[in-house]
Structure formats: C-alpha cells, structure tokens
Design a protein around this ligand. Structure first.
Ligand SMILES: Nc1ncnc2c1ncn2[C@@H]1O[C@H](COP(=O)(O)OP(=O)(O)O)[C@@H](O)[C@H]1O
Ligand SMILES: O=C(O)C1=C[C@@H](OP(=O)(O)O)[C@@H](O)[C@H](O)C1
Ligand SMILES: [Mg+2]
Length: 174
C-alpha cells in the first residue's frame, strides 16, 4: 500500500463514509477517525448547532483544523465530511498523506439514507433531494480529483463495499 498507509474516505452525505470507515478500520486493525465526530467531541455540541452559531464558514474552519491534525496519523481510516474536499488545502493534504477512496452513490440513494435524519444542516431545506443533486454537481469533480479509487455504494450492503475496498487497495491496482 502507498502513502503512509492511511485511508481517507470522501464522498457525499449518505454514501456511507462513517459506517463503512468504522468497519474497514476494524477489519484492517487500523484506528478509525471521523472528522465530524471529532469536531462534535471537541466542541461539545452537534453539527447543526455549529452551523447555527458559526455558519457554514465557521464549520469549514473547524473541519480544516481537525483534518490538518488527523491526516498526520498513520494506519488510520478517516471518514471525512461530504464538504471536506471544498478547501484546496484539504484536497492537497488528503492526496499527500494517504489513499483516497471516493464512496459514490446517487442523490436518490443519498436521500433515502438521510431523509429521516436531522443531523445534516445542509439538508434542512424544503427540497433536500434537489439540494443533494446540486451538491453532487458541484462536488463530484472534486471527489474525482482527489480519488485513487472510486467505489459505488449504490444498493449494496456495507460488508460488500468494505471487501471491495480492501481487495482493491491490497491488489496491484495502487
Ligand atoms: N451500503 C449501505 N446500505 C444501506 N444503508 C447504508 C449503507 N451505508 C450507509 N448506510 C446508512 O445510511 C446512513 C448514512 O450513513 P453514513 O455512514 O452516516 O454516511 P456518510 O458518513 O457518508 O454521510 C446511516 O443510517 C447508515 O446506516
Ligand atoms: O456535505 C457536507 O457539506 C456535510 C456533510 C456532513 O458529513 P457526512 O458527509 O458524513 O454526512 C457534515 O460534515 C456536515 O453536515 C456537512
Ligand atoms: Mg459521516
């Protein structure tokens, strides 16, 4: 495996980064980190509260700080937030410090997985599916720009995704 053995998961909300990241870390005996969890742990408040008081810009500053720290690790699986790729310095760090895996799925599938969950302030809108489509149009090129691997999570179980990531990382593909 290349680049310090870290695995960084990027991709849109509901692609399964947090869920799959935890499982992948378990099977590889790597440490699991989730930048959103880390932000919540350190601030003592949830993501919607950060958006409410500091706006998206404030959240992005916190996300930048945490990522800068977490990418220094070794043998970590890191689940990033869906917007982490927006900052060029994050993109630079992710590609420099590990293997980047883009977990991909359709906005419809994202919607099905996130519709009943109020923890994502960007989806707190009258038409969350439209918002997911807009975000995908804006961010898909950024996810692809940083990705070493693109893995679909569309209509398949997490165990199968974990297996595919593991196989492709351990094969000569990288
Ligand atoms: N492959 C999958 N199949 C079905 N449900 C999934 C899958 N991956 C994730 N989920 C579910 O979708 C929701 C969002 O997953 P999560 O891991 O938080 O995504 P992300 O971190 O990319 O936003 C969770 O309820 C999770 O259990
Ligand atoms: O797409 C985004 O901009 C965001 C995705 C969320 O993480 P997940 O992708 O893990 O849901 C979280 O960081 C925040 O609500 C913003
Ligand atoms: Mg997540």
């Amino acid at each position: 495996m290349i680049r310090a053995q870290n695995i960084f998961l990027v991709g849109p909300m509901g692609a399964g980064k947090s869920t799959i990241g935890r499982q992948l870390a378990e099977v590889l005996s790597y440490e699991f980190k989730d930048s959103d969890q880390e932000i919540q742990r350190r601030t003592g408040v949830d993501i919607p509260t950060i958006f409410e008081f500091e706006g998206e810009a404030g959240f992005r500053d916190r996300e930048r700080q945490i990522l800068e720290e977490l990418i220094q690790g070794e043998r970590i699986v890191l689940a990033t937030g869906g917007g982490a790729v927006l900052r060029p310095e994050n993109r630079q760090d992710l590609t420099a410090r590990g293997v980047v895996v883009y977990l991909h799925c359709s906005p419809e599938q994202q919607y099905a997985r996130t519709a009943r969950d109020r923890s994502r302030p960007l989806l707190d809108t009258s038409d969350p599916l439209l918002r997911l489509r807009e975000l995908m149009a804006e961010r898909d090129p950024l996810y692809r720009q940083v990705a070493d691997l693109v893995v679909s999570t569309e209509r398949r179980g997490t165990a199968s995704v974990v297996k595919e990531i593991r196989r492709r990382i351990e094969s000569a593909e990288l």
